[in-house]
Write a protein that binds this ligand. Structure first.
Ligand code: GLC
Length: 590
């Protein structure tokens, strides 16, 4: 489920402020005087536990990643062409958003056949080749699995709506209205207006948490569960490494159809605000997760379940793992990445919660995806965006979390919303215009080169326009700039892979009352070197002192492993000078 886009007005403010001030909303690091980062020393870690605990998982939106046939839309062959680049960058797994046959109302999240490839993206042979080629490069392929709803064009729904007595009728959620023209209750779609659509032929309403073209499956029907689990087996047998479970918290609805509670105000679609206690995160979801995990565990090779889990707090997140870790291995932690402002206290608290309240299970942090404005814009202040993007990268890659990235995050792609309603592709943007411009802005084509279509395509017109900053913000150019965001990410990935403390060390908050500098220790067990990470969240220089004796560390000096902003190479922990928005990562004497 989407986080109701509560930060979109915030984004609009930033963009307006920048335009008024004449500030280009584009990376400044190319022109900055920042010192190139100090390269980490490579060391091999000996521990061999579950691959996904240390992985960089990279979300690929197939429409926008690489077009191999010049039609302006990305495809599977295109992804295969870019695997070398992903391997060199340090990616361990790619998550593909849906590439199944679909009418594309919700760009693939409306699936009409779960066991095939949409011809727009290629063939099953292309898919198999992608998996094989990825494997050669030690990259696993994770699929998006949409179990909450199908397309209204799926044969199951076509049958279901054909008559009240059809055997598939009960595969979806059909109900009588309250009266003529009145839906069964006040439930709203995430994408605006009533979540019920009337079907004149059979004179009942069907429920859809998302678009009307995405009818919800009825998960109380055991046949639905069986059919979906068969789909899961189909892909596991083809060698996929696991699934990202779309909208997984919304599988069930209140059986009594009680109204949602009204909240003050109206949303971007002009509907009254309401909570979602009757349609989201119902307890029955947990049983499905446990059953699904059993299916996945039937297969060798540590297949993984990732959840799209927008939840209100860490306690709810903890439930998704299961007391015996018998549900999801990696439910997404949306608490950290969607804070949407550089607030030291909030980051400290939420990172610490993930460390201390998930019962030792593995956190999965995420800042960017195809549903939210890019972190560049959500965290940037319009002036120090390049430096702030490095803070985001550092949090993602130096905490004890599995890292989930989104294509383009590594080069500093910015949100590029459509300028007119006519240009909008995402139906949310059409329904909600102008308050809600939809999600096109975070889905623009990947920027590979400064050439035509940013190297994404050769088409005259790409499905969404390439963002105007592609000449400087792209993989090719940034690969050769020692101080680029791309190389910053690459160094961070290498460091976290190679340094035992960053790989396995506990994540302990240091200087917990400092409101300007976020600092934490990645404590290596035993006498080996621990790593200290410090980030200045403000536009002023800050000098901080670290005393690590309470953590069993007697050393008073540290050696810089990676920094930006100009921190010294060797520092005394009693006097660490951090320039504005600097990130410093150092190895402390034991
Ligand atoms: C998830 C997807 C989003 C999609 C929705 C409905 O939130 O990430 O893109 O629109 O589910 O399937």
């Amino acid at each position: 489920m989407l986080p109701k886009f509560s930060f979109r007005p915030f984004l609009a403010n930033i963009l307006t402020t920048c335009l008024l001030a004449g500030i280009a909303v584009a990376p400044a690091y190319a022109a900055s005087n920042e010192n190139p980062p100090v390269l980490p020393v490579s060391r091999n870690s000996s521990r061999a536990d579950s691959w996904w605990k240390h992985a960089v998982i990279y979300e690929v939106y197939p429409r926008s990643f690489q077009d191999s046939n010049g039609d302006g839309i990305g495809d599977l062959k295109g992804i295969t062409e870019r695997l070398d680049s992903l391997r060199d960058f340090g990616v361990n797994a790619i998550w593909l958003t849906p590439m199944y046959p679909s009418p594309q109302v919700d760009f693939g999240y409306d699936i009409s056949n779960y066991e095939a490839i949409d011809p727009m993206y290629g063939t099953m042979a292309d898919f198999d080749r992608l998996v094989t080629e990825a494997k050669k490069r030690n990259i696993r392929v994770i699929l998006d699995m949409v179990m909450n709803h199908t397309s209204d064009q799926h044969p199951w729904f076509v049958e279901s709506r054909s008559s009240r007595s059809n055997p598939k009728r009960d595969w979806y959620v059909w109900r009588d209205g309250k009266g003529p023209g009145q839906p069964p209750n006040n439930w709203q779609s995430e994408f605006g207006h009533s979540a019920w659509t009337y079907d004149a032929k059979t004179q009942q309403w069907y429920y859809h948490k998302f678009y009307a073209q995405q009818p919800d499956l009825n998960w109380n029907n055991p046949d639905v569960q069986k059919a979906m689990f068969d789909v899961v087996r189909f892909w596991l047998s083809r060698g996929v490494a696991g699934f990202r479970l779309d909208a997984i918290t919304t599988l069930f609805e209140d059986p009594q159809l009680r109204d949602e509670k009204n909240l003050p105000g109206k949303n971007a679609y002009g509907d009254p605000n309401e909570d979602d206690s009757m349609t989201d995160n119902l307890p029955q979801v947990q049983d499905v997760l446990r059953a699904l995990r059993k299916v996945v565990d039937e297969y060798p090779g540590q297949r993984v379940l990732i959840g799209e889990t927008y939840l209100p707090n860490v306690q709810e997140l903890a439930k998704m793992y299961g007391a015996k870790n018998d549900k999801l291995q990696l439910p997404m932690d949306m608490q950290v990445g969607l804070i949407n402002r550089l607030d030291v206290n909030e980051f400290r608290q939420r990172i610490d919660e993930a460390e201390t309240q998930l019962h030792g299970d593995q956190p999965l942090f995420v800042f960017d995806n195809h549903d939210n404005p890019r972190s560049w814009d959500r965290y940037g202040d319009g002036v120090h965006d390049a430096a702030i993007a490095r803070i985001v990268a550092a949090i993602l890659l130096t905490t004890r979390s599995t890292a989930l990235m989104y294509y383009g995050q590594e080069i500093g792609m910015v949100t590029t919303p459509p300028k007119t309603r006519a240009a909008v592709q995402d139906p949310i943007g059409k329904i909600g215009w102008p308050k809600e411009k939809g999600r096109d802005g975070e889905r623009t084509p990947m920027q590979w080169t400064p050439g035509k279509d940013a190297g994404f395509s050769t088409a005259e017109k790409t499905w969404l326009p390439v963002a105007p900053n592609y000449k400087t913000v792209n993989v090719q150019v940034e690969s050769t700039q020692p101080n680029s965001l791309y190389l910053w990410y690459k160094h961070l990935i290498a460091l976290r892979r190679d340094h035992p403390a960053l790989r396995d060390g506990a994540n302990i908050m240091v200087n917990p009352s400092d409101a300007n500098v976020l600092a934490y220790l990645r404590k290596n067990p035993g006498a080996r070197h621990s790593v200290l990470v410090a980030m200045n969240f403000t536009a002023q220089s800050r000098t901080v002192a670290f005393d690590l004796k309470n953590f069993g560390i007697q050393g008073t000096r540290a050696r810089t492993l990676l920094q930006n902003g100009g921190v010294a190479k060797s520092i005394a922990l009693g006097h660490v000078k951090l320039p504005p928005f600097a990130v410093w990562i150092g190895e402390v004497e034991p």
